[in-house]
Write a protein that binds this ligand. Structure first.
Ligand code: NAD
Length: 484
């Protein structure tokens, strides 16, 4: 490896890029090739302490700005990010292994849109008042204080920008802790923030792993609010650490989402939609429909068409515009996904396609897995109920609407789902019976930034998105004024 191309990352604290206190580093590895292309500082509680202190000191001044001024800052960040659109897409594709087309259409687009959207939303916020016969109540949305924003590796800047924009828009200052596996676009965001001249200390960033940097950040007594997106087991630790200090907390966690296919669906559109839902970003989206429930009368037809469509996907060079599927995030994750395929076979499943690592010839050092479809498993099996978070979809039959709902609700998770039918009334009825935070009918991942986002059961606590984000990142205070 040519040393010249290795980027050395640093923390961003109080408006400066600074070295971490310790001396430990971690390699940032390109998932497609296994090549090390950056070094990440493994920060510790000392770095976390410095970042929280900077955020705390900057908070009163930042909160005292007019909403319009903060909205203008968000727009300035959006403009500057937009100017770096291609760089975002290239870094994200390289850092995560995802296809460049996806990094452009989803990651880069949404990261810019998040700042612009929340700038508009906070500008339009209306003050609420409640009249009584003898008094007027009015609601003031105050900032919460200092926020810890912790994000995973699957949609790095997309998710970080979705937290930073509403958090600072509502007058909080923040410390970001992006995933140690995908730090590159968080670094880019700090360069953008530095470039537009955002007041020092409003946004700080500490690189590092969960134990060294994430854990002391959530446990820090000066952190008032935590917005965490990641796995359910990490969420448990974050919640346990935050609870004794009554920190405001939002947890966006794992999912095991069902796509329910009824016999009256538009078969062609449904197969395309369910393939996209199962395999987008190599199945590494919390909302992916990884268990597909199909009405018995069309099961055989669906299975054949679904497998044909999966086999047509192009897997390979993430930087090629025509690639559909890239690499998995890490060797460990590839092993986990493979482990689940082996388990599915032990559990009595039949692998209809894929099932093994696949190595495009020029990417021998990378983490590649063929898109995999498994049939014949019980819907209660571990592979059908546990989050695999990879390119593995299980197919199941159902006989009635009631059975479909029962299977869909038969997991510990409750994040999302989709229903495919030409009977819209049934689509809505089945959606409402599902124990999830979101359901799509005849589509998937069709996102409007104004709508609530979040899960029930073990998929999370709280809602973000649109006005729900503004609510989470602020404290509503009521002032009751007695009339003369
Ligand atoms: P993860 O839980 O391993 O890590 C997420 C983040 O938490 C990382 O930044 C990590 O360093 C940090 N972390 C780890 N241990 C910590 C601790 N003890 N205290 C504080 N921070 C800690 O998750 P991941 O593997 O990066 O991401 C995949 C998971 O994220 C999947 O389960 C997926 O479903 C979930 N996810 C959920 C959503 C959603 O909106 N619900 C969105 C994307 C991903």
């Amino acid at each position: 490896m040519d040393e010249e191309v290795v980027t050395i990352l640093s923390n961003y604290i109080r408006g400066r890029f600074v070295e971490h206190a310790g001396s430990e580093w971690m390699d940032v590895v390109e998932p497609a090739t296994g090549v090390v292309f950056a070094k990440l500082p493994l920060s510790d509680s000392q770095d976390v302490g410095a970042a929280v202190e900077a955020a705390r000191e900057a908070q009163p001044g930042w909160a005292s700005l007019e909403i319009k001024e903060r909205a203008d800052w968000l727009d300035a960040i959006a403009d500057s990010l937009e100017a770096s659109f291609e760089e975002i897409a290239e870094l994200e594709s390289r850092d995560t292994g995802k296809p460049i087309s996806l990094a452009r259409n989803v990651d880069a687009n949404r990261s810019v849109a998040n700042f612009r959207f929340f700038a508009g939303l906070i500008r339009e916020q209306e003050s609420e008042a409640f009249e009584m016969d003898d008094a007027t109540n009015y609601v003031v949305n105050k900032s919460v204080g200092v926020g810890a924003l912790i994000t995973p590796w699957n949609l790095p800047l997309y998710l970080l920008s979705w937290k930073v924009a509403p958090a600072i828009g509502m007058g909080n200052t923040v410390v970001c802790k992006p995933s140690e596996l995908t730090p590159m676009t968080a670094d880019l965001l700090m360069r953008v923030i530095d470039g537009v001249g955002l007041p020092a200390g409003v946004v700080n960033l500490v690189h590092g792993d969960g134990a060294g940097a994430g854990s002391p950040l959530v446990a820090h007594p000066e952190i008032d609010l935590i917005s965490f997106t990641g796995g359910t087991s990490t969420g448990e630790k974050v919640a346990a650490s935050a609870a004794p200090m009554f920190k405001k907390i939002s947890l966006e966690l794992g999912g095991k989402n069902s796509s329910i296919v009824f016999a009256d669906c538009d078969m062609e559109k449904t197969v395309a939609g369910v393939v996209r839902s199962g395999f987008l970003n190599q199945g590494q989206v919390c909302l992916c429909g990884s268990r597909v429930l199909v009405e018995s009368s069309v099961y055989d037809e669906f299975e054949t068409k679904f497998v044909e469509s999966v086999e047509r996907m192009r897997i390979g060079d993430p930087s090629d515009d025509s690639t559909d599927l890239g690499a998995l995030i890490s060797k460990d994750h590839l092993q986990k996904v493979q482990g689940y395929v082996n388990l599915a076979i032990e559990e009595g499943g039949r692998v209809l396609t894929g099932g093994a690592p696949c190595l495009p010839s020029e990417f021998e050092g990378g983490n590649w897995m063929a898109p995999t479809v498994i049939a014949g498993l019980s819907p209660e099996s571990r592979c059908s109920t546990e989050e695999i978070f990879g390119p593995v979809v299980t197919l199941h039959r159902f006989e009635s609407e009631e059975e479909a709902v029962e299977i869909a609700n038969g997991t510990r998770y409750g994040l999302a789902g989709s229903v495919w039918t030409s009977d819209i009334e049934r689509g809505k009825r089945v959606s409402e019976a599902m124990e999830t935070g979101m359901v799509w009918v005849n589509t998937w991942l069709h996102r409007d930034l104004r709508v609530p986002f979040g899960g029930v059961k073990d998929s999370g606590v709280g809602r973000e998105g649109g006005k729900w984000s503004l609510g989470f990142f602020s404290e509503a205070m009521n002032i009751c004024v007695k009339h003369d």
